[in-house]
Design a protein around this ligand. Sequence first.
Ligand code: 13P
Length: 254
Amino acid sequence: MRSTIVAGNWKMHLDVAAARTLAGAVSAHVRSAALPPQVGVVLCPPAPLLAAVIDEVRDTSIGVGAQNMHAADSGAYTGETSAGMLLSLGCTHVILGHSERRQYFHESDQLVNGKLLQALRQGLRPIVCIGETLEQRETGITQPVLEIQLRESLAGISAEELRGVILAYEPVWAIGTGRTATPEQAQEAHAFIRSVLADMSDSDTAAHMVIQYGGSVKADNAAELFAQPDVDGGLVGGASLDATAFAAIIDAAR
Ligand code: 13P
């Protein structure tokens, strides 16, 4: 049975004090909720807030991820963060190729692939984001767009390594817009993604891979999205900044 993972992407919000308060509230919920072992929770704060969040979630099962990292071990890359630095802090996960990084920082599938190879080499669990724009959906090219993103972002990854990769299907038109994919649209995309993954590796590997949905996941739509057979939890933006809403989304993953 594959896991269901609910991750909060805090994007560029909060400060140290607010991060401690929110991570503390999520920790208290996870401690009292007695989640089944197949349900995972991950918090992804901005890099300067990672240490505070890691401190708040210690002694819980909550993972902590960065929102980005560099592909190199170290070097003259002003402003960047390496996998080794994240690991030395106690990070477990890293988001790679979020659509905001692709859009505003010009990250290509090739760049994401280099970061992914590094994350896997170093032992960070990657959450790789893919998704089509509204224009691509409306012109009927959603599937080819997703397939290219998958094949290029995941190039050179063995089937064994693929099992450790979390994918996040985040239709760009649903991010921060309040316009969620319907459960049927999400299921259709996730089933397609799993079929491409099976073609890239084998059906057993694809069946074991966690594919999250992201894009306006809220307390009141999480349960029906997570109930879809190929939707294995969510990557949550705005609603992850509200402890009560995020707790309800975690509970929807049971
Ligand atoms: P929202 O949940 O705010 O739409 O953001 C989704 C997202 O980008 C998560 O990575």
